[in-house]
Design a binder for this molecule. Structure first.
Ligand SMILES: Cc1cn([C@H]2C[C@H](O)[C@@H](COP(=O)(O)OP(=O)(O)O[C@H]3O[C@H](CO)[C@@H](O)[C@H](O)[C@H]3O)O2)c(=O)[nH]c1=O
Length: 351
């Protein structure tokens, strides 16, 4: 039985990774460590919470003493680290929170792993899940981020993730820890917190509220279905060479405005509204400060080395995502009103 710590497992991507590992590997004990901030809630994992190989621990990676004790008591065999403050707009308003969670939190985990794993830390894997935003921005055209692209972060969020990537590499290079990193493009799918472009727009369209598009909507993002990301993490965790980095992306670039127009059509169809109704909600608003123009990921190394490719066409994935949000109205209402804290208390505090 292998015991794996997954941090941030109650968040959007984290919950998909936890679900995949709990269901695919009954011989692994999965420990999900999450602070349950506004963006993480255990409702995302209801379907696996009773599994015998799953355990939840509430805690903050910034609390070094707590993290050290957890590693001493649990004796993990590996870490998949996803816990992070992730929203660029929030990082612009409050950068220090991003430094604390993303940088200090990551270093606390690295230290705890290094100290508790002692002589074995070169055989126990520390996997850091990161973002393509560390590479900065591309112009319109064909150039893409590869694993060799120099880091050039622009937002406090991406600067904090770049810094944590550097620390992970430093612990590999300096102490010989078995570290791997992946840098992924924009994800979409179920359980995505409705502050991000796609779920925010679905929610607003549903409620006949304006869809805020920053600037002229010309910024380009590469979109990947979250379950394909979880599968990539699985493959990299098991097969990547120590010290390696992999880019993960969908080869699926959209300007924000084209994406939202497509989403509006899907929503009109699903809600039985005349075509063109939702698009009337599009509202151009002040641009994000320092807004990166384009992210595009070259994921050929991952395909060539480890055989991973995206499984889903974007149009199909978008429709699936819309269906999920329309079928999970209660989830949407509860996350937007912060109701899930009660669920945590009922489930765990009173046990
Ligand atoms: C929330 C919001 C966003 N946007 C724009 C900004 C971006 O160009 C694009 C997507 O914005 P967001 O959904 O906030 O995602 P983005 O800033 O690209 O960052 C996401 O993708 C990154 C990977 O590229 C992750 O590392 C981040 O954690 C994740 O938040 O849509 C709007 O035009 N209006 C909005 O209301």
């Amino acid at each position: 039985m292998k015991k794996i710590l997954i941090t941030g497992g109650a968040g959007f991507i984290g919950s998909h990774v936890v679900r995949r590992f709990v269901n695919t590997y009954p011989n692994y004990q999965i420990v999900n460590l999450d602070k349950l901030t506004y963006a993480g809630n255990l409702e995302n994992l209801r379907d696996v919470e009773q599994s015998p190989n799953y355990k939840f621990v509430k805690g903050d990676i910034v609390d070094a003493e707590f993290i050290n004790n957890l590693f001493t008591n649990e004796n993990f065999d590996a870490v998949i680290h996803l816990a992070a403050e992730s929203h660029v707009d929030r990082s612009i308003a409050n950068p220090i929170e991003f430094v604390m969670t993303n940088v200090v939190g990551t270093v606390n985990l690295l230290n705890a792993a290094r100290n508790s794993w002692k002589g074995a830390y070169n055989t126990k894997r520390f996997y850091h899940v990161s973002t393509d935003e560390v590479y900065g921005t591309l112009g319109e055209g064909t150039e893409m981020f590869t694993e060799q692209t120099a880091y050039d972060p622009h937002s406090p969020y991406s600067a904090s993730k770049a810094s944590s990537d550097h620390f992970v590499r430093a612990y590999h290079d300096t102490y010989g820890m078995d570290c791997v990193i992946s840098n992924c493009s924009n994800n979409y799918g179920s359980f995505h917190f409705p502050e991000k472009l796609i779920p925010l727009s679905i929610n607003n369209i549903k409620n006949n509220k304006p869809i805020p598009i920053y600037g002229k909507g010309e910024n380009i993002r590469d979109w990947l279905w979250v379950e394909d990301h979880a599968r990539a993490i699985d493959v990299i965790f098991h097969k990547a060479k120590t010290g390696s980095t992999y880019n993960i992306g969908g080869h699926n670039e959209w300007t924000n405005i084209d994406l939202i127009r497509t989403l509006c059509k899907v929503m009109d169809k699903k809600l039985g509204r005349p075509e063109g109704t939702s698009a009337q909600l599009i509202t151009f608003v002040t641009d994000r400060a320092g807004h990166d123009l384009r992210y595009a990921i070259d994921a050929t190394k991952l395909k060539n080395d480890l055989g991973w490719e995206p499984s889903l066409q974007f149009e199909e994935g978008l429709e699936k995502t819309v269906d999920w949000y329309l079928a999970n109205e209660e989830w949407l209402n509860n996350v937007t009103s912060g109701n899930y804290q009660h669920y945590y208390e009922d489930q765990y505090q009173n046990r």
